[in-house]
Each structure stands twice: as structure tokens, then as C-alpha cells.
Design a protein. Structure first.
Length: 83
């Protein structure tokens, strides 16, 4: 994880959680704060996991492309040796 990923997750979390928090006069402020913290933590962790998953899938696809290229090169070398 780089700092860019963490900042991206933090900004996305704030954009998601902030508009969803409504303070009603009959609700305890303590409960509202606990709700905000809980939502923030869950969204933040979820976004970090999704960013990490996307990075993993990108790296895996790159690795598979390299593996296929090496196999093609190996096949061409074997074909040249047979001739």
C-alpha cells in the first residue's frame, strides 16, 4: 500500500460517510458520533481492501501476460532447435 492508496481511500470514505450522517434532535449526540466513527472505519477498510484487490488483479494479469510471452519464446526456441 502506498500513501496514494491510503489518501484515496480516506477521501472516498469522507465523501461517502459525510453526506449520510443526519443529526436528529431526539438522538443522542454520543450515538451519532459512534455511528459516524463506525461507518467511517467500515467504509475506509472496505475501500482499502477494494483498492488492494484491484492492484492484485492488475499485477496478476501483468504476470500472466509475461508468462505467456516467455512460453511463446520458449516454443519458438524449441521449434528452431528441431529444424
Amino acid at each position: 500500500m502506498t500513501k496514494i492508496h491510503i489518501w484515496l481511500a480516506l477521501i472516498l470514505t469522507i465523501l461517502l460517510v459525510a453526506p449520510l450522517n443526519w443529526y436528529f434532535s431526539n438522538t443522542s449526540l454520543f450515538l451519532v458520533i459512534i455511528g459516524i466513527i463506525t461507518k467511517f472505519c467500515l467504509y475506509f477498510l472496505g475501500i482499502l481492501v477494494m483498492i488492494r484487490l484491484l492492484q492484485y488483479l492488475k499485477d496478476r494479469a501483468s504476470y500472466e501476460k509475461q508468462l505467456l510471452e516467455h512460453l511463446k519464446e520458449l516454443k519458438s526456441v524449441i521449434d528452431r532447435q528441431k529444424k
